[in-house]
Design a protein around this ligand. Structure first.
Ligand SMILES: [Cu+2]
Length: 675
């Protein structure tokens, strides 16, 4: 019997090549216990931990005492402890930015310790210990990244970041009111306003860039697919990371433009290194420690940023990348060439542009995206004369607040488009799905958006001590939402057998800002992905009903920190080993509230497009289609859909009749209302 169990465990371990350690999948603690620990590690992260057991671990644990509990024999923990003993670590109560090389190194040292912890006891003891010793920003980053990537924490739900580090999401005026409420022990509920005034046209779309759910989506995506990810070190590969980088930002870009059209604004102009940055930005945001986020006035010209980059060098990097696109290949570090004139090219190009550790030649192509973020973020104080902390563009939590973020990403999106446009358009034969035809598409329920109030807690924003009781402090923000609806898709399968199908749903704005309809080729590039799923088609007529809440590109609201703690404690006291919160495990998608762009009172027209493609040909891995959802841009393991993101609209369309002749493709105009 013992031998059998042992074999089963070895087999289980073999299925997880990233962990040399053999365990039963739990790491010695229940999901409910892990959830409890993570909750309390993140609760009041600037204060002493409020859990007795964690407190004790923080005081007494010796990280180096028994290195047999680490899959790297303690290599990471020795490094981190040495830095700590040498007093080289960033002080506590100081700002932290992932774009700061040294600060990132420190955060990743802790991430590595957690990631190489073989069991929960080791993981949580290290987290509790280093919570007392490393900078709080570094700690939060390392713990979030570790919980997302460690096999020990598969079912742990991370509390919403806007309640863990509210300063990065909440206007300073409201934070001040929160401090006042705490000092006077008066409960308070304060309304948040967007940053600008009505004199600023950009204010009309501030509800998008400043939405705390959208900010969470953006920061979570970058946690799931970090640019620093090193396969050798972390033990596994993040599939199609470069292409995902393109796609997630492309979708942000086209979604933002659709919101602008809805608000009578022109689409975003791309950023240009030699032109004026027209829009300034006043973030109205303060670091918890380290002063205010710097502002940028209107109409400034790019200046070199001391210690980061010359504008001239960025232009050279851009030219090298555009050269690679024109040639159809990237030159690797060793001088060999990597062909990008194919479907996989976008993945390579994403790695090159971001850049990530997957870039074949970072020495030559540099890090256009990451460097541009810093350079743009520092334009308020490019020479460091005023000793300001990093700008909003140097944090994934805050960057979409600045309209210049979308200018920067439009610029990069256009470089990606140059590549996509260089590929041969799909032929009718490639796009066909033999025997399958869409008979009709209808929408059940209204396509209707509206604004609603949303409240979140600021209890973690303010300082306190255990001797002073908490009072309820929260803020109310206005946010976009929509009514629920369903797609009803009638598909005829004329084959005499069941077939597997991929259903892909997109929409693009019918008219541009001058009220001129987009051509098919322009529209398809602006297509917003609404959903992507697998289904089986029986012979004959199939009625597919797909609810808006089921969309694979969106996620529901994460439960509040309060309710997360409440549900966890209830589960633990009921003796349950898990907490019923599985639907919130991934927060990487766009908030479901943002599934469709804001409409207007007369109905804003969109071209709705449904493509039903051959699931068998699309499936990247045999059998995966049976039990796999696309999981919002992110997937651990091989991404189940073999097609490029955006397929079949990702390539240039010279002759739209090809699409209109396809029986497995459907297009119709729909209206989105806003009341
Ligand atoms: Cu980003």
């Amino acid at each position: 019997m013992k031998v059998l169990v042992f074999c089963a465990l070895v087999a289980a371990a073999a299925a997880w090549p990233n962990f040399g350690f053999v365990n039963d999948g739990t790491g010695g603690a229940s999901d409910a216990q892990k959830q409890h620990d993570v909750n309390y590690l993140l609760f009041k992260v600037y204060e002493d931990v409020r859990d007795e057991n964690l407190h004790k671990l923080g005081e007494t644990f010796d990280p180096e005492a028994d290195t047999s509990h680490y899959s790297d024999n303690g290599e990471a923990v020795h490094k981190l402890v040495k830095e700590l003993k040498d007093h080289r670590l960033l002080q506590q109560k100081h700002w932290f930015s992932l774009f700061n090389t040294r600060q990132r190194e420190e955060a990743l040292l802790l991430y590595d310790v957690l990631e190489h912890s073989n069991d929960w006891q080791t993981f949580v003891s290290n987290a509790a210990y280093f919570r007392n010793h490393v900078n709080e920003g570094e700690f939060v980053y390392a713990l979030y990244a570790a919980v997302i990537h460690s096999s020990l924490t598969k079912n742990v739900v991370l509390p919403p970041l806007y309640e863990v580090t509210p300063h990065l999401f909440t206007n300073s005026e409201v934070i001040q009111e929160a401090y006042h409420a705490k000092m006077t022990q008066t409960p308070g509920k304060f309304r948040s306003h967007f940053t600008g005034s009505k004199k600023n046209p950009e204010q009309r779309v501030a509800y998008f860039g400043e939405d705390i759910g959208l900010n969470t989506h953006h920061v979570t995506w970058h946690l799931e697919f970090p640019f620093w990810w090193n396969d050798k070190h972390e033990g596994y590969h993040l599939d199609r990371k470069g292409e995902n980088f393109f796609w997630v930002h492309h979708q942000l870009t086209v979604r933002f433009d659709a919101e602008r059209l809805s608000n009578h604004l022109d689409p975003v102009n791309e950023l240009h290194w030699e032109a004026t940055i027209e829009e300034g930005f006043a973030p109205h945001t303060t670091y918890k420690y380290g002063g205010e986020f710097p502002s940028r006035p209107d109409n400034i010209h790019f200046e070199d940023v001391d210690g980061i980059a010359h504008i001239r060098d960025l232009i050279i990097l851009e030219n090298r990348i555009r050269d690679a696109i024109a040639h159809g290949y990237v030159t690797a570090h060793d001088g060999s060439t990597v062909d990008i004139n194919n479907s996989h090219g976008i993945d390579v190009l994403g790695d090159v542009i971001e850049s990530s550790t997957y870039s074949p030649n970072v020495e030559y192509y540099g890090s256009l995206h990451n460097t541009a973020h810093i350079v743009l973020g520092r334009q308020g104080d490019p020479h460091g004369k005023y000793d300001l902390p990093p700008g909003v563009l140097e944090h994934f939590e805050t960057s979409t607040r600045d309209p210049a973020f979308f200018r920067l990403h439009k610029y990069m999106d256009n470089i990606f488009r140059e590549h996509k446009d260089s590929l041969t358009p799909y032929t009718k034969e490639e796009l066909e799905f033999s025997g399958v035809a869409i008979d009709g598409v209808s929408i059940d329920g209204p396509l209707e958006t509206f604004f609603e109030d949303f409240e979140y807690s600021l209890v973690n924003a303010v300082d306190d001590t255990p001797q002073v009781a908490d009072v309820a402090i929260s803020t109310v923000v206005s946010r976009l939402n929509h009514k629920d609806f369903s797609f009803k898709i009638d598909v005829n399968n004329n084959n005499d057998h069941e077939v597997l199908a991929t259903v892909r749903i997109f929409a693009w704005p019918h008219n541009d800002n001058n009220d001129i309809p987009y051509s098919f080729n322009e529209g398809r590039w602006r297509a917003i992905e609404l959903d992507r799923f697998w289904t089986k088609l029986s012979p004959g007529v199939n009625h597919i009903v797909r609810k808006s809440t089921e969309s694979a590109v969106t996620v529901p609201d994460v439960p509040s920190f309060d309710s997360l703690i409440e549900r966890t404690e209830a589960a633990l006291s009921a003796g349950s080993s898990e907490v019923d919160i599985h639907e919130f495990v991934s927060a990487v998608g766009v908030p479901n509230r943002f599934l469709i762009p804001k409409g207007n009172s007369e109905g804003l027209e969109f071209e709705l497009v449904v493509a039903v493609t051959d699931g068998k040909a699309d499936a990247a891995v045999e059998g995966l289609h049976e039990n796999t959802v696309f999981n919002h841009y992110g997937y651990h393991g091989v991404y189940p859909d073999n097609r490029p993101h955006g397929y079949p609209l990702d390539r240039r369309v010279d002759d739209e009749r090809i699409f209109h002749d396809l029986s497995n493709f459907h297009q119709q105009t729909v209206k989105v209302y806003n009341h």
